[in-house]
Design a protein around this ligand. Structure first.
Ligand code: NAD
Length: 495
């Protein structure tokens, strides 16, 4: 696998891939593809200081001009979609179509943020005082720290970066230690855009390479006004209180344990395809992967055997090859965690198909279907692998209750052609997740909606809708344009 040409077209100096301490392996066959230098504490400190200085200049640049930088980034991404998408596949193992899809998502959020840069709208509010105007304005916030996970090595950065830059902030990115190469390449593309832009302040965007300790430095630094952290619930449990302790702002995008309900009226052909993509696609390594399936007892014996047959036919293999639908797990630790979960399911009385290793280089597995008598134990945990727990239900209330009865609250779906069931699922007493879909699986969100989840998923929202507000400082402004000084609530204070 020769990545030299790819990375040089993306603007990364080949020397940057040699002689560093951080060893990068490709999940495709486990071979080493780079050794990248890590930032030490002093280097991170310098980058945070530069980021603060850059923010003080960038916040005064008119927002539509800031949007121009994001537009130029989108152009670089369009021009290099094929190379960056391929590198995503090489470094994190998702199939090429999904690697390219990840870059498309980056382009989409850039387009969104360019439009946003001509909006960033506030409100006017009626004042109780004569001769007064009251309004709400949105101001740039400060340096934004972005901590990202391995499974969306570049898209998650773009969701944050495009909005943060348009909103007038500087950005500092700590990518996963498993995927620093795509981060270097993405950052090189941003720097090309910055060069074309012309007068952006130095230090507007920084990349820091390292492990947890490097992330912790961002987390604890008071100058980093927002920490947007994507990863496991374990990570969020550490990051959240630390940022709160210094009264910083935190946006958490953590683990999911997403469910689907197959109702009696479902279009089962559609449901079958939706389930396969969202449960086995990306080798089960999406935060929105379908992990729990509730099938109505009246169709269980017809639907589940068809699902098993579809699972058995899923092509598992090299993610760069056309036709492959399931690539490798990211590493051996992921394989071990998958098998730990399957062993626990066995103890809970599960009937298991799939799960076995495929080949002996890289960590490829056949996606696993696990039929369980009860919603309990291991089912309530997120295992970041292609395991789909399948259970029967008899009435919709019971299915919704099981679906909601986990600590995570990211994504959910129902397959039904019954409008009453669909609307019940979407009602206040339905799904308790940040995302609720009808007749599509829980994964594969579009950037136009706010993305994120409830409970232990962290409560943060990124990407579309009004998620941009998390990247800005809200200010209520009152202007007295009269020659009197009436006080609110009729208070008198005459001197
Ligand atoms: P991870 O928690 O191991 O690491 C994520 C990032 O956090 C890495 O950059 C890591 O270096 C950093 N980190 C870890 N501990 C830290 C600490 N104490 N302080 C600061 N930084 C720290 O997650 P992962 O294995 O890379 O990714 C998989 C997990 O991410 C899954 O749980 C998945 O559901 C979740 N995820 C969630 C979303 C979402 O939007 N909700 C998206 C993608 C992935």
């Amino acid at each position: 696998m020769n990545i030299t040409d790819i990375i040089s077209r993306l603007g990364v100096d080949e020397a940057a891939l040699k002689n560093g301490e951080l060893i990068v392996d490709t999940p495709i066959d486990g071979s080493e593809i780079a050794r990248i230098a890590m930032d030490d504490a002093a280097g991170v400190e310098t980058k945070i200081a530069q980021s603060q200085d850059a923010f003080l200049q960038w916040r005064s640049v008119p927002a539509p001009r800031r949007g121009e930088l994001v537009r130029l980034l989108g152009e670089e991404l369009r021009a290099h979609k094929e190379d960056l998408g391929r590198l995503v596949t090489i470094e994190c193992g998702k199939i090429l179509s999904e690697g390219l899809g990840e870059v498309q998502e980056m382009i989409d959020i850039c387009d969104f943020a360019v439009g946003l840069s001509r909006q960033l709208y506030g409100l006017t509010i009626a004042s109780e005082r004569p001769g007064h105007h009251m309004r709400e304005a949105w101001q740039p916030l400060g340096p934004v720290g972005i901590i990202s996970a391995f499974n969306f090595p570049v898209a998650v950065w773009s969701w944050n970066a495009a909005l943060a830059l348009a909103c007038g902030n500087s950005i500092i990115w700590k990518p996963s230690e498993k995927t620093p190469l795509t981060a270097l390449a993405t950052h090189a593309l941003l720097h090309r855009a910055i060069k074309k832009f012309g007068d952006a302040p130095a230090g507007l965007s920084s990349l820091i390479i390292g492990g947890r300790e490097t992330g912790e430095q961002l987390v604890d630094d008071r100058r980093v006004r927002l920490v947007s952290a994507t990863g496991s619930t374990r990570m969020g449990r550490e990051v959240g209180p630390r940022v709160a302790n210094r009264f910083g702002r935190v946006l958490l995008e953590l683990g999911g344990n997403n469910a689907g309900i197959i109702a009696p009226s479902a279009d089962t052909e559609l449901a079958l395809r939706g389930v396969c993509f969202s449960a086995a696609g990306t080798a089960g390594q999406r935060c929105t992967t379908l992990r729990r399936l509730f099938v109505h007892s009246s169709i269980y014996d017809e639907f589940v055997p068809r699902l098993k047959a579809a699972y058995a036919s899923l092509p598992v293999g090299d993610p760069l090859e056309t036709g492959t639908l399931v690539g490798p797990l990211v590493d051996k630790a992921a394989f071990d965690r998958m098998h730990y979960a399957l062993d626990r399911a066995k103890v809970q009385g599960a009937t298991i198909t799939g799960g076995e290793r495929v080949g002996d280089s890289g960590w490829y597995v056949r996606p696993s279907l696990v039929e369980l008598p009860k919603h309990d134990g291991i089912v309530c945990e997120e295992t970041f692998a292609p395991i789909l727990y399948v259970m029967k239900y008899n009435d919709l209330d019971e299915a919704i209750e099981m679906q909601n009865n986990v600590d995570q609250g990211l994504s959910s779906c129902i397959f039904t052609r019954d409008v009453l069931e669909a609307e019940r699922f979407l009602s206040a007493t339905g799904s308790d997740c940040g995302i609720a879909n009808v007749n599509i699986g829980p994964s594969g969100a579009e950037i136009g909606g706010a993305f994120g989840g409830e409970k232990e998923t962290g409560g943060g929202r990124e990407s579309g809708s009004d998620a941009w507000k998390a990247y800005m400082r809200r200010q209520t402004q009152t202007v007295n344009y009269s020659t009197e000084l009436p006080l609110a609530q009729g208070v008198k204070f005459n001197i």
